[in-house]
Ligand binder design. Structure first.
Ligand code: GDP
Ligand code: MG
Length: 441
């Protein structure tokens, strides 16, 4: 995954201290491969990598305490910048009937999406909805929409394959107005590939319908082609948004990034199945996790942010400075933080005075032992955690039983606690200024 790759690269970069243009190139190559593997269109990958590089060689990374992680943050930021942070709603704030025009290639999922949207607007937004088909090339297409309209319980304006598409749309709008319809959704024909006649027709339809929303429907499985199609449609029509269909069959998710980048229009919905309930509002932040294992990258970034969480570090430092004893509650906090971090070693090494922690102690606190240690502390009473001196033999035996472990495990934990406590006390006396400096990066 991208995260695994980047983690490896970061480890290497970390060892070098300073980032140079060449090791940034090395790191961005990993990002590039991952984006391509996710089926993001090449021009989009190139543009993204360029932006990432420019920022990476800038002050941002060079000045950072943790350059590799600063780089991950840049990747995250740039992907988020492309995707947008917030969900975009339909804008239906026009005199009724608000028209939604669907555009896209044949088989993209337009007709299915018309039914899904109709259902969504009817059920969730309590709109009176009418649908109409302007696909006069395939009579079966009109029948398909009629069946779907009946299924979801919305009005169907019957069109005739012998009519002109524009005439159908005008008549439908007129009928919708008379019937006090809130939203009229117009289904259109699509070809298997882009051609001039098709583009001319959809442009004319757009002019006749004056839609509040012009949605480009695109099959997420088409990968690189999705980008090309998006480009053509966005040049021909003033799109207001995108519906990305068949995301249930697409594990890679690169199309979302490509289409968003190329059209500059928000993805408003995603299709998640063949049935009429298979439609979700698109949450760019959430779907970012579908792309490229972003879930991992994001959590890694969050860990990094935790790691340099100055507030927390400062609070602990202040506590130690005030002479308040480092107790088992503090130890548990630390352990829990480490548990998510999967390696405090990096942070520890950054702290002046912490270099003296024996390697075997570092290994203990960063390894698989951590959850066991937390379990032991959780078996203690509040009082015991606050005052570890209370922990005599019988209490230790009780705690071991409670955590499902041996008394020796509890003894070991207490030894580790004593070592940490000693270290904290030492920092409290001598190394505080250094510690604070370290934290402020
Ligand atoms: P149109 O030619 O653009 O109108 O496409 P259709 O709406 O007729 O859909 C083409 C095919 O894609 C049909 O078999 C649909 O059931 C299927 N389809 C549409 N949207 C989705 C989706 O989100 N998920 C899945 N799995 N199939 C979909
Ligand atoms: Mg259709």
């Amino acid at each position: 995954s991208l995260t695994q790759r980047l983690s490896g690269t970061i480890e290497r970069l970390r060892g070098r201290g300073r980032l140079t243009e060449s090791n940034i190139t090395e790191a961005t190559r990993e990002v590039r491969i991952a984006l391509l593997e996710a089926d993001v269109a090449l021009p989009v990958v190139q543009a993204l990598i360029q932006r990432i590089k420019v920022r990476a060689v800038g002050q941002e990374v060079l000045k950072s305490l943790t350059p590799g992680q600063a780089l991950i943050r840049i990747v995250r930021d740039e992907l988020t910048a492309v995707m947008g942070a917030q969900a975009s709603d339909l804008n239906l704030n026009v005199p009724a009937p608000a028209v939604i025009l669907m555009a896209g290639l044949q088989g993209a999922g337009k007709t299915t999406t018309v039914a899904k949207l109709a259902r969504h607007l009817k059920e969730r937004r309590k709109k009176k909805v009418m649908v109409v088909s302007a696909d006069v090339y395939r009579p079966a297409a009109i029948e398909q929409l009629k069946t779907l309209a009946q299924q979801v319980g919305v009005l169907f304006f019957a069109s005739d394959a012998s009519q002109q598409p524009e005439a159908i749309v005008r008549a439908a709008i007129e009928d919708a107005r008379k019937s006090y319809v809130d939203v009229l959704i117009v289904d259109t024909a699509g070809r298997t590939s882009i051609d001039a006649a098709m583009m001319a027709e959809i442009k004319a339809l757009h002019a006749a319908a004056n839609p509040a929303e012009t949605l480009f429907v695109v099959d997420s499985m088409t990968g690189q082609d999705a980008a090309t199609t998006a480009k053509h449609f966005s040049e021909a029509l003033p799109l207001t948004g995108v519906v990305l269909t068949k995301t249930d069959g697409d594990a890679r998710g690169g199309a979302a990034l490509s289409v968003r980048y190329i059209t500059g229009k928000p993805i408003k919905f995603i299709g998640t199945g063949e049935k009429t309930d298979g439609l979700d509002v698109f949450h760019p932040d959430r779907v970012a996790s579908r792309i490229l294992d972003m879930g991992d990258v994001l959590s890694l970034v969050e860990q990094v942010e935790q790691q340099v969480d100055r507030d927390k570090a400062q609070k602990l430092a202040e506590k130690v400075a005030k002479g308040r004893k480092f107790d088992l509650n503090d130890m548990r906090d630390q352990l829990e933080q480490m548990q998510n971090m999967g390696g405090l070693a990096g942070l520890m090494d950054k702290l002046p005075g912490v270099g003296q922690i024996p390697d075997h102690v570092k290994a203990q606190v960063t390894g698989k032992e951590v959850p066991r240690m937390v379990a032991i502390i959780n078996s203690m009473t509040k009082k015991e955690r606050r005052n570890p001196a209370l922990l005599n033999g019988s209490r230790r035996a009780r705690i071991a039983r409670g955590a499902g472990m041996a008394p020796a495990d509890v003894n070991k934990l207490m030894k580790q606690y004593q070592q940490m406590e000693k270290m904290m006390a030492k920092m409290g006396r001598g190394g505080m200024k250094g510690l604070m400096r370290g934290m402020q990066g």
